[in-house]
Design a protein around this ligand. Structure first.
Ligand code: AP5
Length: 187
């Protein structure tokens, strides 16, 4: 299965991603995790990315696209993968389409996790990651609304988009996701 996971900051993508990849035995490709690992390792890419992440802005498309292109070549991606936090712009989505078309491996489904803004703030304020300061959360939300939300129409037009209510317990939300993904897993 090849899945794209879209949702605003704090929607629970990372939390649900762990359960999804375990159940369907696919790779978890989180661009946020990759960038934080590169930042912590102080690689040139990580230090460059951190300038944008610490402000709540998106990292430039060319950096992210190269990162994903390389990661998709890994053997663990052959069984399928969940893209968590990628694509986040139309340019990234078009680059992904081109990569997948060249391998004849189309996406199966794009999952959107829907959570109201007041709940997103509550969740992120309770966590405390470096980019969870209120002014940075606000900027991350602006980036989501302006640069990432247009992807919903992009994937709706391709008939790939499935939206999930992201409010409830972690297990309740996972059951909603599972009901959709089992269609594609043939379970
Ligand atoms: P990224 O790491 O992708 O962060 P994000 O999208 O802002 O998402 P979060 O990780 O904050 O939230 P989440 O939806 O995963 O929720 P989580 O499960 O953690 O990106 C970080 C930065 O990297 C970006 O700002 C950008 O700079 C850069 N970047 C990454 N990808 C990029 C790309 N493709 N292009 C350009 N730049 C890119 O949950 C959040 C909290 O809520 C947790 O505390 C959790 O325990 C709690 N929670 C989860 N589920 C529930 C629930 N059901 N009820 C109550 N609490 C819950």
């Amino acid at each position: 299965m090849r899945i794209v996971f879209i949702g605003p900051p704090g929607a629970g993508k990372g939390t649900q991603a762990q359960k999804i990849v375990e159940r369907y035995m696919i790779a978890h490709l989180s661009t946020g995790d990759m960038l934080r690992a590169a930042r912590d390792a102080k690689t040139p890419l990580g230090l460059k990315a951190d300038e944008f992440m610490s402000r709540g802005e998106l990292v430039p498309d060319d950096i992210i696209i190269d990162l994903i292109r390389e990661r998709l070549q890994s053997p663990d991606c052959r069984r399928g993968y969940l893209l968590d936090g990628f694509p986040r712009t139309i340019a990234q989505a078009e680059a992904l389409d081109a990569m997948l078309a060249s391998q004849n491996t189309p996406l199966d489904v794009v999952l959107e996790l829907q959570v109201p803004e007041d709940e997103l703030f509550r969740r992120l304020a309770g966590r405390g990651r470096a980019d969870d300061k209120p002014e940075v959360i606000r900027q991350r939300l602006v980036a989501y609304r302006t640069q990432t939300e247009p992807l919903l129409d992009y994937y709706r037009r391709k008939n790939l988009l499935r939206s999930v209510d992201g409010v409830g317990t972690v297990d309740e939300i996972f059951e909603r996701i599972r009901a959709i993904l089992d269609e594609f897993a043939g379970a």
